[in-house]
Design a protein around this ligand. Structure first.
Ligand code: GLY
Length: 369
């Protein structure tokens, strides 16, 4: 089992990564001296597949425990679902000595984190991410939230968990589409981390998509190390943490415009392709570099719904992004691998051009792959 630490002034916590480590959870709760009144928020699909396993592990747990199941779709990352969680916590008389444990993907992490951060002004939280995207991104760094009027993560908090446990065995049941989605955030790390990591991801992408455990364990560990290092330096996204938003302003607009037919990770890949075209147009990266980088993004086959979106609508939605400043769309662009330019503004013509170029490029990869 590998351990990465998030070290913040008021909240430091370990992230455990390994195979078959979920059975250690009860022991980790005890050794971390966390509360033992457990309120699990579990993705229904995960519960269907793993309930016997989860219940067996907590069979002897003497204190209170409750399993709250919900359908983990973007539509349910909402006030309604948040209210249901809070109501259940109250109904079952969970108090301030609650340990809320989220078990699921990114949607589950974000919603449960927000529920934990707001119930009785905050109860303890643990994340058990079960998808690749949640292991490398959503469960780390304390971002929580719900969608509001279909705008992504518009209402939320920064709230750090007490620990995160990434058991790679959960990945074994994921669909190919869920793996492609997770790879969207991985290729983000390829661009924002280092040339060495870029090459590693480029080489290992097929092994990751086919769920090779050695490749997964290695890549998840490196991604978590990198994300933790960024969060350690800029927890509340005042500056440096913005690099983690590479491609995301485009991505959130694609998710909304496709009515969530494309997943977050797929949208991140599309968003990165848009950002690469725009970086080239702004003369930050050369034509050769653009061509090389598009070979990496082209390895991920994105759901065809993206070819139906209206670029004008994407542009309009991008205006409402919470990362904008002074009512201007604020973007993260690439100068070189590991070298990002923050808070770049672009004209409407440039943005629409980048969106059209990205759609055309991904369409080509779709046709000929
Ligand atoms: N997902 C981006 C961040 O955690 O900052």
């Amino acid at each position: 089992m590998k351990i990465v630490k998030v070290n913040l002034e008021y909240a430091s916590y370990p992230i455990f990564i390994g195979e078959n480590i979920f059975p250690k959870l009860e022991e980790l709760i005890a050794s971390s001296k966390l509360y033992k009144n457990l309120f699990f928020v579990v993705d229904k699909n995960v519960y269907k597949q793993f309930s016997k396993y989860i219940k067996k592990i907590f069979y002897k747990h003497d204190e209170k425990k409750y399993f709250y199941k919900f359908c983990a779709i973007e539509k349910n990352k909402s006030y309604d679902e948040l209210k249901k969680i809070h109501s259940k916590l109250l109904e079952k008389r969970f108090g301030r000595d609650t340990l809320l444990i989220s078990v699921g993907g990114g949607i589950t992490c974000d919603l449960s984190g927000f529920a934990a951060s707001t119930y009785m002004r905050g109860v303890q939280l643990i994340h058990i991410p079960t998808t690749l995207i949640a292991m490398v991104d959503s469960s780390i760094g304390g971002k929580t939230g719900i969608n509001f009027e279909l705008y992504k993560n518009m209402v939320g908090t920064f709230y750090q968990p007490k620990l995160v446990l990434c058991d790679i065995d959960f990945i074994s049941t994921l669909s190919n589409r869920e793996m492609i989605s997770g790879c969207g955030e991985l290729i983000k790390y390829a661009f924002i981390t280092s040339k060495h990591f870029y090459e590693k991801i480029n080489d290992k992408l097929p092994a990751i998509i086919s769920k090779n455990k050695i490749a997964l364990s290695d890549i998840i560990y490196n991604s978590v190390q990198f994300k933790a290092s960024i969060v350690n330096m800029d927890e509340n996204e005042k500056g440096l943490r913005k690099v983690l938003n590479f491609g995301h302003t485009f991505a959130h607009a694609f998710e909304k415009e496709s009515k969530n037919k494309i997943s977050h990770g797929e949208a991140v890949t599309v968003g990165i392709v848009c950002a690469l075209f725009l970086s080239n147009r702004k003369k930050l990266i050369s034509n050769d570099a653009l061509k090389k980088y598009l070979e990496l993004t082209g390895k991920l086959k994105i759901n065809k719904s993206i070819f139906k979106v209206d670029p004008e609508q994407i542009y309009k939605i991008m205006f409402t992004d919470k990362k904008n400043l002074d009512e201007k769309i604020s973007l993260v662009l690439l100068k070189d691998i590991g070298e990002l330019v923050l808070d770049v503004h672009a004209s409407k013509a440039e943005i629409i051009w980048a969106i059209n170029s990205a759609i055309e490029n991904l369409n080509l990869h779709h046709k000929y792959s």
